[in-house]
Ligand binder design. Structure first.
Ligand code: R5P
Length: 293
């Protein structure tokens, strides 16, 4: 391991220079993957825009029933036309997503904590690769806690899932979790997203932060951004627009869609930003038109 003394701070991100090793496939970092991986990634990311709207409804895996997600069976079919990918647990997906819906599936495969605990950073791999294959998962999502108590075991979980995914050509989505003692700084996200990408996952999920474009530039695989706590609709759309402008390849949004007064219209408005280049203001006008029509 390199000596940490005298370590220089990274600064040359070349944020205006496109990723260099990208001939042949539209997604960053995926050039050397095989057909099956690329096919799964193309199910998640629209090959035309290169972007994705993931709808995150995996909150129940540690929060139980959450406001807005009480009836997944009613909500998910309504959102299906406007989101590229459903991100959830196998329990929620098997029971509430009708199999004729062809949205991509981001299957949460790590779990083990609940909101009743103070420290959520200890998880295990709960879903084996055979069940991910049976569910036709397009990627497997693993919570990863850099700098938290559970760092070692969460990196072990991540690597086990990546190893299994490499055997069967299923991508892994590394979810960058913010441990209770971590601050949401660009310094933390640069460290954590890069560590997660270097483990070998094909997609990283993280949060917006200052200098987000540098986080993106230093991460050799596509980044999707979590929505985080519920904001007003204009603010949530501003978040989505801002991260797309700074190089995210999509959003993995939960509460800002399912806790909106109008989840379906909100999903449509986010879709306009992610795939059609709407600004946040144009998307909010669209949202208003939709809810008043
Ligand atoms: C992450 O680990 C959570 O389970 C959610 O998938 C994630 O936080 C995205 O949802 P939200 O937009 O509500 O933050």
């Amino acid at each position: 391991m390199a000596d940490l003394e005298g370590l220089k701070v990274a600064k040359d991100y070349h944020v205006d220079t496109p990723f260099a090793n990208q001939d042949g496939f539209f997604l960053k970092g995926a050039n050397s993957l095989d057909w099956g991986m690329k096919r799964h990634l193309s199910n998640i990311f629209n090959p035309k825009s290169g972007n994705t709207v993931m709808f995150a409804f995996d909150h129940g895996y540690f929060m139980g029933s959450t406001s807005g997600l009480e009836r997944l069976d009613l909500l998910l079919p309504k959102l299906a036309p406007y989101v590229d990918c459903f991100m959830g647990t196998r329990g929620a997906i098997r029971t509430c997503v009708p199999p004729h819906l062809t949205n991509a599936v981001a299957l949460r495969v790590s779990s083990g904590s609940s909101m009743l605990q103070d420290d959520l950073s200890h998880e295990v791999v709960a879903v084996d690769i055979e069940d991910s294959i049976r569910m036709n998962a397009d990627c497997m999502a693993v919570q990863t806690f850099i700098g938290a108590d559970g760092q070692l075991s969460s990196l072990d979980n991540l690597n086990r899932v990546i190893n299994a995914g490499m055997r069967y050509s299923i991508p892994t989505l590394g979810v960058c979790a913010v441990g209770k003692d971590m601050a949401r700084t660009d310094k933390f996200f640069k460290l954590a997203t890069r560590i997660i990408a270097e483990m070998g996952c094909q997609i990283v999920k993280t949060y917006d932060c200052e200098n987000f474009e540098e986080v993106v530039a230093a991460c050799p695989v596509p980044i999707v951004v979590a929505g985080g706590k519920k904001l007003s609709e204009p603010d949530a759309l501003k978040l989505a627009y801002g991260v797309m402008q700074k190089g995210a390849r999509g959003v993995d949004m939960g509460r800002n869609i399912f806790q909106s007064t109008h989840p379906v219209e909100m999903a449509q408005a986010v879709n306009k930003i992610v795939h059609e280049g709407y600004t946040d203001k144009e998307a909010y006008e669209f949202f208003q038109d939709m809810i008043h029509s």
